[in-house]
Design a protein around this ligand. Structure first.
Ligand code: NDP
Ligand code: GDP
Length: 329
């Protein structure tokens, strides 16, 4: 039997790396969209960390260029397309609202168009986000909770989400959308709060830094492990019928508590080392996210495997290793 082929946009990001690993291990031929960068030597650092950089077939392209997407989809003829590429950092979306709209919103429509034109039988996954719930309309959010986006990022994701639903209903594409709550790992971008904290904790432990400056310590997120969440993405595309699913742990924790767990892991006390800096506050905040993934658990047989305590420990340990080796990611 010939290997299944997957095309992943955002292959160099956190989820792209974990999803590539999952699919390579399952025997897929994995293709990834690679945007041109002046840092070509380090762009695949996450894939290298997982030991699979040479197992992915790269294609030069960009989400804002429909012509290249059509060509790549035609050439690869994938069975599954995972659209993970995005300007994914909420805070930057206020500084670059139009770029965020072009990449995170219209970019998803470009990928859908490329699939519709060049490979309509492929199954499609859209990386939707719990940020779409924003100013939450229900204390625990599920697939039926109304959306109320609070940032240009979330508005762009909502457009991409509804385009996915619309292409499914209009053209019969096998297009599914995973409404994923925050998920982290040692491969999380350093600008996100969890990784900023675990990197800071490791630096403080090694005597390289004294404090961590943070924004809103009272914000609460439902944090899971990226490795568990890419499993849910894959499961969605193995279903006979496309659908939308919330993926979450069902436990919500404040930034402050995340700090306490991370400092405790290395025998230090958070309150001795964290201070608040208004520069890290946001023009409009998402105070709390708390997901209900019952549908995914029932229909996909998915459940989170990593506890928050295990996630924090793994992230702090990885940052200690990286700093001792003078590696940067
Ligand atoms: P990352 O920020 O780690 O990765 C984003 C990826 O998108 C990178 O590979 C980046 O490439 C690529 N990219 C950015 N702009 C373009 C562009 N114009 N053309 C092509 N590629 C581009 O995100 P994550 O892996 O954490 O998240 C994956 C997806 O899931 C994103 O869409 C994110 O918004 C969404 N999501 C993430 C959640 C989370 O908690 N992690 C929660 C819910 C949704 P490069 O390496 O060149 O920068
Ligand atoms: P987001 O949920 O996608 O915006 O993920 P982030 O990790 O960027 O932020 C999660 C929450 O942590 C938000 O409510 C932020 O306001 C809060 N937060 C508090 N301090 C910081 C900080 O220094 N950096 C970031 N990125 N977030 C912070």
């Amino acid at each position: 039997m010939t290997a299944k082929k997957a095309l992943i946009t955002g292959v160099t990001g956190q989820d792209g790396a974990y999803l590539s690993k999952l699919l390579v291990d399952k025997g897929y031929e994995v293709h990834g969209l690679l945007r041109r960068s002046a840092s070509a030597d380090v762009i695949d650092a996450r894939l290298k960390w997982l030991g699979i950089a040479n197992k992915v077939i790269y294609h030069d392209g960009n989400l804002v260029d429909l012509s290249c997407l059509i060509r790549i989809v035609e050439d690869v003829a994938p069975d599954e397309v995972y659209n993970l590429a995005a300007q994914s950092f909420v805070k930057s979306s206020w500084q670059q609202p139009l770029l965020t709209g072009s990449v995170t919103g219209l970019g998803a429509a470009n990928v859908l168009e490329a699939v519709r034109i060049a490979r309509p039988q492929a199954r499609f996954y859209q990386a939707s986000s719990s940020e779409m719930y924003g100013l939450i309309q229900e204390p625990i959010q599920s697939e039926t909770t109304p959306f109320y986006p609070r940032s240009p990022y979330a508005v762009a994701k909502l457009y991409a989400h509804w385009m996915t639903v619309n292409y499914r209903e209009s053209f019969g594409l096998h297009a599914s959308s995973g409404i994923l709550f925050n998920h982290e790992s040692p491969l999380r971008g350093i600008e996100f709060v969890t990784r900023k904290i675990t990197d800071g904790v490791a630096r403080i432990k090694l005597g390289l830094q004294k404090n961590i400056m943070l924004g809103n310590l009272d914000a609460k997120r439902d944090w899971g492990h990226a490795k568990d969440y890419v499993q849910a993405m894959w499961l969605m595309l193995q279903q006979e019928r496309p659908d939308d699913y919330v993926v979450a742990t069902g436990r919500t924790t404040s930034v402050r508590t995340f700090c306490e767990l991370a400092f405790a892991h290395v025998g230090l006390t958070a309150e001795d080392h964290i201070s608040v800096d208004p520069r890290f506050m946001r023009p409009a905040e998402v105070d709390v996210l708390h997901g209900n993934s019952e549908k995914a658990q029932k229909a996909l047989g998915w459940s989170p495997e990593t506890s928050l305590e295990q996630l924090v420990a793994e992230m702090v340990e990885a940052d200690l290793v990286r700093l001792k080796r003078h590696e940067h990611l």
